[in-house]
Design a protein around this ligand. Structure first.
Ligand code: HEM
Length: 412
């Protein structure tokens, strides 16, 4: 049935669109069918091509020398971009990190930590992450039998993992959560506010001390690797080192927390799938993939065309911006069978929730392992679990997921 979406430009820019799963997916089904590469011009935001089909998102990502990550990484009002550019010598993003870099610089900066995130290195962390997962399932049990799964458990578990990797003590995690939220929450991207600036200064001053310490007293942590990172033989400049810490810290927790919470909700809403997974936990890896496809918490990143080119049938001019809608390819019926069904044994599962190409998620193996170990620990000890209220979502056009998931459960 045809659906009148009204002002699609305004919908794409409106953070509330991303809180309403059904409308969001109906809108993207319409876009994939009718306007797969859509010129989108929300008020107050520089226009861009919105790309929604699997083949097109994948093709843009694989042509990394034509579709650049700099200078525009995410959707922000022009006023904010201009204010940032004015005080940062033309740089329109709040930080300078991997996702605003291209070519050789991107390769070298990513390579500083990439070894830590390769599959064999991540596999070696299994016991450590399993222990953290067990601890957070114990916390769930302690908070239960009625609890808000997101606020009491899901936000804290991946935060502990990424902070432990970085080398931040557990006692500072609440501060890290507060600062990274204030830096990246939707209203901070809309209003170029004092609070956001203060939070970034706070984060940078904390990590300036950590990095300085690690140069003198190296440890076996990511902060030491970043502190001693080089590009073309020279130390990584301070702003880039601090940006690195901020990218890893933020990319590492809200995304994984949203996937675990959204994955649990999908299992609760599909009891046959919950049953299937409980009965055969060897399905855990395909279930994790399905959770990633289903939740896809990163809603977009941008690229900028370096030359005149095409996306599918559409001509793109040098300088045009392109928005890659990462959740959409996972629901593209040309690639995914019965995409509206949540299936823990789905295979193949060619979603693009973690991106692809040279900028594909650096932490993808870690994220998968965290989700996997959490659900294994969860199924070991939790018996029945049901909704205990209405779930709610955070308003964001960038990274959004459940902000509350009231549940009640019994323990085995
Ligand atoms: C379920 C969890 C996660 C999801 C859904 C996710 C998703 C994404 C997506 C869509 C991108 C952009 C890919 C592209 O442009 O092609 C990305 C990039 C990135 N992610 Fe993740 N991510 C997750 C967890 C993590 C974790 C745990 C880390 C920890 C280090 C991390 C670090 C990064 C970094 C550093 C980048 C930038 C890579 C680059 O530009 O080269 N992510 N992620």
């Amino acid at each position: 049935m045809a659906h009148d979406f009204g002002n699609i430009d305004a919908m794409i820019a409106d953070p509330r669109t991303y809180m309403d799963r059904a409308t969001y997916h109906a809108l993207f089904a319409h876009l994939r069918r009718e306007e797969p590469v859509r010129w989108t011009a929300p008020e107050g935001i520089a226009p861009f091509w919105l790309v929604s089909r699997h083949a097109d998102v994948h093709s843009v990502e694989s042509r990394a020398s034509v579709f650049l990550n700099a200078p525009r990484a995410v959707m922000r009002p022009v006023a904010v971009e201009e204010a940032l550019a004015a005080r940062q010598a033309g740089h329109k993003e709040i930080i300078r990190s991997m996702n605003n870099m291209d070519g050789e610089e991107h390769r070298q900066v990513r390579a500083i930590t990439s070894r830590n995130f390769l599959l064999p290195s991540v596999r070696r962390m299994t016991d450590e992450i399993d222990a953290i997962a067990q601890e957070f399932v114990s916390r769930l049990i302690y908070k239960g039998p009625e609890t808000d799964f997101v606020q009491d458990v899901a936000v804290w578990y991946p935060l502990r993992v990424i902070m432990a990797l970085l080398g931040v003590p557990a006692g500072d995690e609440a501060l890290m959560l507060k600062l990274t939220r204030e830096i990246f929450e939707e209203k901070s991207r809309d209003e170029f506010g004092k609070q956001r600036d203060q939070a970034q200064l706070g984060f940078f001053s904390y990590f300036r001390d950590v990095l300085e310490d690690r140069r003198k007293n190296p440890r076996d942590d990511l902060a030491t690797t970043i502190a001693n990172g080089t590009v073309n033989g020279a130390p990584l400049p301070e702003f880039e080192s601090l940006s690195y810490c901020l990218t890893v810290a933020t990319a590492g927790h809200d995304t994984t927390a949203a996937t675990i919470a959204g994955g649990l909700l999908a299992l609760i809403e599909n009891p046959d799938q919950m049953q299937k997974l409980r009965a055969d936990v060897s399905l855990i890896d395909s279930a994790v993939e399905e959770m990633l496809r289903w939740v896809a918490p990163v809603k977009h990143f941008f690229r900028t065309a370096a030359e005149d080119t095409r996306i599918g049938e559409t001509a793109i001019r040098a300088g045009d911006s392109v928005m890659l809608a990462f959740p959409s390819p996972g629901f593209d019926a040309d690639m995914v069978e019965a995409p509206e069904e949540f299936r823990v044994d789905r295979a193949p599962n060619p979603h693009l929730a973690l991106g692809s190409g040279p900028h594909a998620c650096l932490g993808q193996h870690l994220a998968r392992l965290e989700i996997r170990q959490f659900f294994l620990a969860f199924f070991d000890r939790i018996d029945e679990i049901a909704l205990n209220g209405t779930p709610s979502y955070s308003p964001s056009s960038f990274i959004s997921g459940l902000s509350s998931l009231p549940v009640k459960f019994t323990v085995k």
